[in-house]
Design a protein around this ligand. Sequence first.
Ligand code: IFM
Length: 440
Amino acid sequence: MKLKRTDFPPDFRFGAATAAYQIEGHSFGNAGPSHWDTFAKGPGNVVGAEDGAIACDHYHRWEADLDLIRDAGFDAYRFSTSWARVTPDGRTPNPEGLDYYDRLVDGMLARGIEPYLTLYHWDLPSALADIGGWTNRETALRFGDYTDVVLDRIGDRMAGVATLNEPWCVAWLSHFLGHHAPGLRDIRAAARAMHHVMVAHAESMERMRARGQKNAGIVLNFEASYPATDSAADKAAAARQDAIFNRWFIGAICGQGYPEEALEGLRPHMPACWEDDMARIAAPIDWLGVNYYTRGLLKEDRSQPWPHLGSVTGPLDKTQMGWEIYPDGLREVLCRLKDDFVGDLPMMVTENGMARDESQSNGNMGDVERIGFIEGHFQAALDAIAAGVNLNGFFYWSLLDNFEWAFGFEKRFGIVHVDYQSLKRTPKASYHALKAMLYR
Ligand code: IFM
């Protein structure tokens, strides 16, 4: 890695990120069933019919995993609490789950690692899925209660808290495109989920404000969305994708409302009186987490229902996910957020990383591509800072190879390899490259 820590501002934080369901092992510690447990049991939903029951067994191996974070020289760790572990029935606190997160947070502090918590990284308790999950406004209100339960226990030690991770995935990917739990393809369900996740964010922010929680925000995912051609139809398609993916959530938070290009299809399906929530949703946040992986090349596809979207495969090198590697899109996204939405609000890159198939390199973990990927995106972050963006952190996704949702364990994002038979951890060359760059 040619870049050095000293190329970044002195207080810039480097971290690694994970999420509870993807690493902990949901069968341990009296966690309740989550909608991902049951979605994974549906035919064809997850590659290899895999699930998060064992995952990386981080629930038992967390100390060694925190040692890996410390030993790489990371300043911070972005983790999530599992809603279904904390309140297995969606309501009643599970002492074993709370004890576990308490130990985990103390373990971070003992190692000099700053804890950055995400409250919802997709493990909805099945009891709430039973009442309609995110299609039911009640779920958003329960999220407020869950916020209090978690922060009563660990809120005093958090460097930062995010309400939700990637609400686009929670709402659109899961209720319109059907790829994630609950696997719906229903525009009415999607419209309701698109709004209720934002009500949940508002509810959680209000609970945090009431308790004086410091540094409260949200993590959103963004892509650089381009039309595949210069045609008016493809430009309009790219604008619709941009509205649904990039602008819906941040626009609402910044008091700009939901974008018209998205409402044109969703308005008839929105829950009653949704406009009345917009002022609450627009309450100030302290920081914004930005997840960035790739760009999209969009085209109109009239064989598909509204929003009539298709995409084309671009010419750039791709990760194991098939995503084009486009570091400059990160600079572009960050600069656009500053110019059009958040101004000087502190931002952190809360996820960026690549899945890479080690088997394609004859099993070696040389990991040259991942090192190049990281360096390219670090450079894009530096370019954004040079352009005046108030960016003060960067978390690599992910510390460990883990359960990549509908792709099961096939896609490997980790800087640490996990052997899913023995659960042995082996740092990859990218881990060592980051360590050489970060270790003080
Ligand atoms: O693994 C996911 C993560 O849970 C959310 N953001 C994208 C990652 C890679 O797909």
